[in-house]
Design a protein around this ligand. Structure first.
Ligand SMILES: [Zn+2]
Length: 199
C-alpha cells in the first residue's frame, strides 16, 4: 500500500498530517488551539472569581461564594504563548498560569494605550522571575499581586476593589524593597499604577 492510499487530511496551518478535524490540525497546531481556548476560559473564570471576591468583600466576607478552580494551562516545553513577557531561555520561575495572566493583561493595557504602564509591569515581572534574592513562593505571591493590581486597571473604576488594591500596593512595596533592583523598578511603576487607578 502506498502513501497515496492513506486517506489523511493535512493540517490547514502547516500541511503536516492532521490528527483532528474539522478543521484538520496537526498535533502541534491542535495543542496551540486548545491552549488558546484554555486561556480564554481562564480569563472568563478569573473575572468571575474576581466578581465573587468583590461580593464577599461587600458582605464583610460573611458569605463565602464558590470560586472556579482554574486548572493550570497545559503548556508543554517552552510553549507558553507569551506575547510580551520575555523570560529568556523559557526559564519560568513564576507559575506559568500567573505569568500568562500578566501577559494577557499587558495586551489589554496596550490596547488601552497604557503603554508606559504595561512596559514597567513587564519589566518588573521579568525581574521578579529572574531574581535571585526572593524564594519561589515569594515570587509567586508577588506575581499574583502584580497580576491582580494590573488587572484592576483594565476594569471600570466603580468596579475596582480599592481597599484590596491599596493593601496589595503596600505589601508589594514591603516585599520588593528587600531587593535594590526590584524596588528601583517598583518606584517607577507605583506612581503609574496610582495614576491609572486614580488612587
Ligand atoms: Zn499544523
Amino acid at each position: 500500500m502506498s502513501n497515496e492510499n492513506i486517506n489523511a487530511s493535512r493540517c490547514v496551518q502547516c500541511g503536516k498530517y492532521a490528527i483532528v478535524e474539522p478543521p484538520p490540525l496537526c498535533v502541534e497546531h491542535w495543542l496551540m488551539y486548545e491552549q488558546a481556548m484554555h486561556i480564554k476560559m481562564t480569563w472568563i473564570a478569573t473575572h468571575k472569581n474576581f466578581t465573587a471576591s468583590e461580593l464577599e468583600a461587600a458582605t464583610g466576607y460573611a458569605v463565602p461564594i464558590a470560586k472556579i478552580e482554574i486548572p493550570q494551562t497545559p503548556f508543554i516545553g517552552k510553549n507558553y504563548n507569551l506575547n510580551y513577557i520575555n523570560v529568556g531561555e523559557g526559564h519560568i520561575e513564576i507559575k506559568a498560569q500567573t505569568i500568562q495572566n500578566i501577559d494577557i493583561t499587558l495586551g489589554i493595557l496596550k490596547n488601552q494605550d497604557n503603554n508606559a504602564l504595561a512596559d514597567e509591569i513587564k519589566r518588573l515581572t521579568e525581574a521578579v522571575n529572574s531574581n535571585k534574592e526572593l524564594t519561589r513562593d515569594i515570587k509567586d505571591e508577588v506575581a499574583e499581586q502584580i497580576a491582580y493590581v494590573a488587572a484592576q486597571v483594565g476594569i471600570n473604576k466603580d468596579k475596582r476593589s480599592t481597599g484590596i488594591v491599596k493593601s496589595l500596593m503596600i505589601g508589594l512595596n514591603d516585599t520588593l524593597r528587600t531587593s535594590a533592583a526590584l524596588i528601583t523598578i517598583w518606584n517607577n511603576l507605583a506612581p503609574l499604577l496610582r495614576t491609572a487607578l486614580g488612587s
